[in-house]
Design a protein around this ligand. Sequence first.
Ligand code: PGA
Length: 347
Amino acid sequence: MPKSSDNTSNTPTATSDFLVRHATLRQLQVFEVIFRLGSFTRAAEELFLTQPTVSMQIKKLSDAIGLPLFEHVGRRIEPTEAGIELYDACRRMFESLSNFEMKVADMKGLKRGRLRLAVITTAKYMAPEMLGDFSKLYSGIELALKVTNRDSIIERMHNNVDDLYIMGQVPEGELDVQSYAFAPNPLVVLAPRDHPMVSKKNIRLEEIAEEPFIVREPGSGMRDATFRAFDAKGLRPKVRMELGSNEAIKHAIVGDLGLSVMSLHTILLEGIDGPVAVLDVKGFPIMRNWYMVYPKGKELSLIARTFLDFAIEYESIICERMESLLPGSKEAYMESKERGSKKSKKA
Ligand code: PGA
């Protein structure tokens, strides 16, 4: 190893030596997640730890550093100045470690390693099956799947938390990304099976706007798409209830609490003859797509690149599924994909 002329530059400082002995990578990881999510409870959930364990890890880390890392401001926690500095150091350290891990995984080929996938909630009806089929081919790969809404996917992408993302709409101003359309995600109006509109044809959106309506929580892509569809006709749905889960909305529909616009994927298991019915509304289905997305410039691991190709090849399987629920959806998807690629060529 070449010797440095400056004999201090290769020697760890007293502080880093002290931290290397007294702090652990796990504590730094816990700290990073709390800082990012602004909450001990949410950090405990993300890390699958109990809240007392999270608090204990942070206490040990603060003791090692000799300064508090967070302070309570009312019911919120705020990082202290030391916390802000430590976060900066953690981000750089974890990025280097993750690049190192990626290189090692590439050296080992596809036998070992990890794939972290984060998906919007409508993709949870398909992503686990895709991962299942992928792991049949590459059984040594550890898989992590996070299901959350659009806003939180964008936040995770900003913080470079996962390898790849599935989204229903490609971020535009928010982030510069690379995206690949790989599956149809048709939006339909759902109602309880015994609703009087179930047997009607060509229902006008004006009639739907008169019915009690259920929407997803703010931050949801499905919520935005729903309001956009009504806005386009100068209408506003009569929102009776807001729910943070597609499954809860399905149950609320069955419980007669209202109608909702949802992805056709949400009724994949029970099919179109189940307790939730698809209404024949003019202008629906709205043909949206799912996209595999990652931040531009992000270096994908061999595993992530392989999964991306695998997902793109899954297109035909998902198209056939949608076609069996909604004849014509395959053709509509292909056309919308074609339009999308023409638009991106022009841009
Ligand atoms: P959401 O997105 O989970 O944020 O509602 C769903 C979608 O865009 O299909």
